[in-house]
Design a protein around this ligand. Structure first.
Ligand code: KIV
Ligand code: NA
Length: 277
């Protein structure tokens, strides 16, 4: 497969070919994205909940993120590789944001970073872009701000809220973002923002009118046991397969059906065995 670049993503947008982005958190999930032709692999900070068992993405540290980015990057060649900057790693100053983004590129080996927010973080986006770190924006529902948003709620339902999301998206584009994630907004707004921008939009709960779609790995595979958002579609039943595997294994051990001495065991030369005895 050919390496996916920002130029390639822009070409997909222009030709109205939907961009398929999917999260990955480790070597095997990255390999699956690689093997089956995902365009953008995202090491999302959803890592916090779906892999590490935290109750919020705000618990994730930079070191934890980088540890997983390294594993993903080892399994990823063709997809464009993006990772979320964890909560708090780009808010304290432009200098901190640059230092942390550089660390994610150099140690985590990702190609671009994603940051949540609008106009208020456009300075950071401009700075990172200027030094050659591509930035993906993220507007609408911002999981890193779930407390101040009073939960994980649809955004942009009122005209004033819709306008502020549009303005934030335009500000991110002006600041140099190469693409923007639109999360949990009305589908008409998702389509409208996509038409107003010159960069690809990637929707999650933003309707079919965006330049591409993204979902969380565990939601797609059916391995996430928690809340299912309205925008999630399960494309696999890996959870069911895991259940069959684990239950079958336990049953095999307890019943003595596993292992079989000859099929799954090793032989010893008869003479050697007699000497041993
Ligand atoms: O953390 C994440 O997985 C994300 C995507 C779902 C957009 O930010
Ligand atoms: Na995220």
């Amino acid at each position: 497969r050919k390496k996916v670049t920002i130029q390639h993503l822009h070409a997909l947008r222009k030709s109205k070919t939907p961009i398929a982005m999917l999260t990955a958190y480790d070597f095997p999930t990255a390999r699956a994205c690689e093997s089956y032709g995902v365009d953008i692999t995202l090491v999302g900070d959803s890592l916090a909940q779906v892999c590490l068992g935290y109750d919020s993405t705000t618990r994730l540290t930079l070191d934890e993120m980088i540890h997983h980015c390294r594993a993903v990057s080892r399994g990823s060649k063709s997809p464009f590789l993006v990772a979320d900057m964890p909560f708090g790693t780009y808010h304290t100053s432009d200098e901190d944001a640059v230092r942390n983004a550089v660390k994610m590129v150099r140690e985590g080996r990702v190609e671009a970073v994603k940051v949540e927010g609008g106009e208020e973080i456009s300075g950071v986006v401009r700075k990172l872009t200027a030094i050659g770190i591509p930035v993906m924006g993220h507007v609408g529902l911002l999981p890193q701000r779930h407390a101040s948003l009073s939960g994980y709620r649809v955004q942009g339902k009122s005209s004033s809220s819709a306008l502020s999301i549009l303005q934030n998206a335009l500000a991110l584009q002006r600041a140099g973002a190469f693409s923007i994630v639109l999360e949990a907004i009305p589908h008409l707004l998702g389509t409208y923002i996509t038409q107003r921008l010159d960069i690809p939009t990637i929707g999650i709960g933003a309707g079919p009118g965006t330049s591409g779609q993204v979902l969380v790995w565990d939601d797609v595979m059916g391995t996430w046991q928690g809340h299912k958002a309205k925008f999630v579609r399960r494309f696999g039943d890996v959870g069911g397969e895991v259940g069959r595997g684990v239950k079958g294994y336990i049953e095999g051990v307890r019943s003595g059906a596993f292992p079989d001495a000859t099929e799954e065991g090793y032989e010893m030369d008869k003479g050697e065995w007699e000497k041993f005895l």
